[in-house]
Design a protein around this ligand. Structure first.
Ligand SMILES: [Zn+2]
Length: 365
């Protein structure tokens, strides 16, 4: 299933003209906060939702002045309001055939570049929960693979991931680069990596047990904007049922097929008794804002297509090589970790950008 891409000109603007979208986001944030008030397991604050965590200060005690950063975080030049690249991959194959395909060598080279450049993978679920647990001075990156095609994953007869798959390449790069954690998110359709039922059960369990996130991408990859509410429910709920059957666990994140939302975005976010996501990803063209940024919208998270600086689709500017070059040249715009997932550290001049729910966790310098 090949995706169309949303081109820059078609995208919403974050600044002026976004009032209706922002109003929607505000309403959703309010709802999230109500949900969060009902109690949340211990851990970091989730985007847009103050946590009732035992290890962190109560959200009611919002400090007037932000606390000072730890010396190690200052030394690491931590900026946890910086941008995070969420890379979007489609088919991975030895010899690419279509424009969105990437070769196993291209994937290997890109992941090696990330590893050498101080990036540490986290899953999309960890990202939307604000659980960004990477060492001080390192940069989180989210690797996402759409459409569960056979080149993403398969187990050999010994039960190990096949080396010529995306998972095989990720594991290899992790072995070669200590500190590069093998983690990625797989957005699944009903053709589960081309596996039969038995293989899929074992395969999904292997992924879940090895730090990979299993996530929802609908049963048949439709353009959701053409579907009724019930059809949307069926497409997403059906896939959720398949995943729960195989893994015993519900998914946390969703990616729109073709990056396109249904008539009402709320239909995709949640259906009682079936699915309830904490974040939805687009097919985009720029790195994501930090989940701690006041303007972060967890229901429309930007991704970057993995591709070199080719002419097609403006990849000279908007695909992964171009963006990774950009972030290398503009380190002050990139998310750099303070090494503590329970605090949000950044230079104090950025205070206005901090999402209000995070003030109690903020550390400035
Ligand atoms: Zn897709």
């Amino acid at each position: 299933m090949i995706l169309g891409l949303t081109l820059p000109g078609e995208r919403r603007e974050r600044g002026k003209g976004a009032t209706a979208a922002q109003a929607g986001a505000t309403a959703r944030a309010a709802r999230d906060e109500r949900a969060a008030a009902a109690g949340r397991p211990s851990g970091p604050p989730a985007p847009g939702a103050p946590a009732a965590s035992a290890s962190a200060p109560a959200s009611a005690a919002v400090p007037a002045r932000l606390a000072a950063a730890a010396p190690a975080a200052v030394q690491a030049k931590a900026d946890e309001l910086g941008q995070i690249p969420v890379l979007m991959y489609h088919r991975i194959m030895v010899k690419p055939q279509l424009s969105l395909d990437r070769s196993t060598k291209e994937l290997y080279d890109e992941l090696t570049r990330l590893a050498k450049g101080g990036y540490v993978p986290i899953t999309a679920a960890q990202f939307v929960k604000g659980w960004i647990d990477v060492p001080a001075g390192k940069h989180p990156v989210v690797l996402t693979f759409d459409d569960s095609t056979p080149g993403h994953f398969g187990l050999d007869p010994q039960g190990n991931p096949r080396p010529d798959t995306a998972v095989g390449v990720i594991e290899q790069v992790a072995r070669e680069n200590p500190g590069f954690r093998p983690a990625a998110t797989f957005y699944l359709n009903k053709d589960l990596f081309g596996m039969d039922g038995v293989q899929a059960g074992a395969g999904l369990k292997w992924l879940a047990q090895h730090g990979y996130e299993i996530a929802n991408h609908t049963m048949s990859h439709p353009d959701l904007s053409h579907l009724s509410k019930d059809e949307v429910y069926k497409e997403i709920g059906g896939m959720e049922d398949e995943i729960v059957k195989a893994t015993g666990t519900h998914t946390t994140t969703f990616a729109y097929p073709f990056g396109v939302a249904p008539h009402k975005a709320a239909w995709a976010e949640k259906k009682d008794g079936s699915y309830a996501f904490q974040g939805i990803f687009l097919a985009g063209w720029r790195p994501s804002m930090s989940p701690f940024d006041a303007k972060f919208d967890r229901w429309a998270i930007d991704r970057v297509r993995s591709e070199g600086k080719i002419k097609e689709d403006d990849c000279k500017q908007y695909c992964s090589t171009a963006w990774l070059d950009y972030l290398d040249k503009h380190p002050d715009e990139r998310y750099t970790s303070d090494g503590d997932p329970n605090t949000v550290t950044f230079p104090n001049m950025l205070e206005d950008r901090l999402g209000k729910p995070y003030r109690a966790w903020a550390r400035v310098y």
